[in-house]
Design a protein around this ligand. Structure first.
Ligand code: EPZ
Length: 421
């Protein structure tokens, strides 16, 4: 059983190179199977979610070859089917994108209900509403979603809420429907734009991604393409928050500063100094931080995927902060682990009130999901003494070489491959 061991209170100095966006690549790899021909996907993050997806596709005859650590060739010429069993998809939530991709290519799909992080209910009713609007019928039995359509016909779909997954999944299927599909109340996250750009490189006709109205004109065939994944907004934000809590002078590189605006603004509110370059952001922090209030919203609001990391930071602010989680109905399960490190937090429904403390204290804790794990790393960097973090398989799902990247900027963090010390 692996875990991370952190000796806290080291200031951080230097450069962190950000990897490709997890939430883009878990949509783009499924999208690639709709193409007749080879796709070369560059700037792929070397993370567990990618490995899981590649294993799933290999099982159905898709040729996946890493030409370098971060470059993958996907060739679906000999794909043998449109099924993804529970065993291969249970580890990642984003397996649901296979529904849209299989439906687009085969007009059929059999995909196990998604697994993934264990916070809040994670329904897919909006995905299914979109597929139905395109002409697909579905059944759900024994945990498998079975979809089929004589043909897919473009339609107008108004999402009940701006769901990232539903927006992308409908975009995938609609790319190969007959006629025009309009998605209204669409989500606008950077990874949606990245997936749309990739689809268009394959010959799809997607317009308006990044706004709340996306228009897709279906085509009968998609071809291969080369594509570079955008930088990971959430990974970048995680290291920016690490610099803020530990104190020091850190530059995150290979980022799109615009994507970081909601976080940069908050860190400045708290007393950090932020310098923006073309593809980098420098954060200077004394570690003495003012409290602030945060409300998570869909993009371009403050990202829910930085909520746990931000809560960890607020634990050492000089005063009381209020954090409201507006996207998920139960994304505070990690709070008890932060309390073990000395955090003074009370949760009421979707609101966490964080009373800043002078000092966090190292302890044994366990990650409860991907971003919660990142939050515990951040808290461990500031805590006095040693923090050991278990269940780091969650962290490996979305962070490439986290201990290497932190060690390079001065953190004392090691991956230990034995029972807890
Ligand atoms: C994506 O999840 C991300 N995952 C999540 O990141 C992220 O937290 C979320 O978007 C919000 O930004 C991937 O991209 C792989 P949603 P997704 O559909 O698509 C409700 C991470 O840490 N909803 O935008 O599943 C839902 O319950 C992960 O990288 C429905 O009610 O999120 C939630 O309250 C964690 N019905 C809200 O909408 C649906 O059919 C937002 O969900 C779909 C969603």
């Amino acid at each position: 059983m692996e875990h991370l061991v952190i000796n806290g209170q080291k200031q951080l100095f230097g450069d962190v190179f950000i990897s490709g966006a997890k939430n883009a690549v878990v949509a783009i790899i499924p999208a690639a199977i709709m193409a007749n021909g080879k796709c070369v996907i560059e700037n792929l993050p070397n993370i567990e979610d990618v490995t899981s997806l590649v294993d799933t596709l290999t099982n159905i005859g898709v040729k996946c070859e890493f030409t370098e650590e971060n470059t993958l060739i996907v060739d679906s010429s000999n794909i043998t089917g449109y099924c993804a069993a529970y065993e291969s998809v249970r580890k990642i939530r984003a397996s649901y994108y296979l529904m849209g991709a299989f439906l687009g290519r085969f007009k059929k799909a059999e995909v196990a209900m998604p697994g993934g992080c264990n916070f809040g209910t994670r329904p897919i009713d909006q995905h299914l509403k979109g597929f139905k609007a395109l002409g697909a019928e579905y059944t759900i039995s024994h945990g498998i979603v079975k979809l089929s359509a004589e043909k897919l016909v473009g339609s107008n779909i108004y999402l009940d809420m701006p769901s990232v997954g539903a927006t992308i999944n409908i975009m995938l299927a609609a790319s190969m429907a007959e006629g025009v599909t309009v998605i209204e109340n669409a989500a606008k996250e950077p990874h949606i734009v990245d997936t749309a750009n990739f689809l268009n490189m394959l010959g799809a006709k997607v317009k308006g991604a990044g706004t709340d109205v996306i228009k897709i004109t279906g085509v009968s065939e998609l071809h291969g393409a080369e594509y570079m994944i955008i930088p990971d907004q959430i990974e970048a934000g995680t290291y920016m928050i690490a610099a803020a809590i530990a104190g020091g002078d850190v530059t995150v590189r290979n980022v799109i500063p615009k994507h970081m605006d909601p976080l940069s603004a908050k860190l400045q509110d708290m007393g950090c100094v932020i310098y923006e370059g073309d593809d980098s952001i420098r954060i200077v922090s004394t570690g003495n931080l003012r409290p602030t209030n945060v409300k998570t919203m869909t993009y371009p609001g403050f990202p829910t995927d930085l909520q746990p990391q931000m809560t960890a930071l607020l634990c050492i602010a000089d005063g009381t902060s209020i954090l409201t989680e507006n996207v998920w109905n139960n994304r505070f399960q990690y709070i008890n682990e932060l309390k073990r490190l000395g955090g003074n937090i009370t949760v009421e429904g979707r609101v966490a009130v964080v009373e800043g403390v002078k000092q966090l204290m190292g302890a044994e804790v366990n990650a409860t999901d991907l971003r919660a794990g990142a939050a515990l790393v951040i808290a461990g960097l500031a805590a006095k003494g040693t923090t050991t973090i278990g269940n780091i398989k969650y962290i490996d799902r979305g962070y490439e070489k986290i201990e290497e990247k932190l060690t390079k900027i001065g953190a004392d963090i090691k991956r230990v491959k034995s029972e807890r010390i």
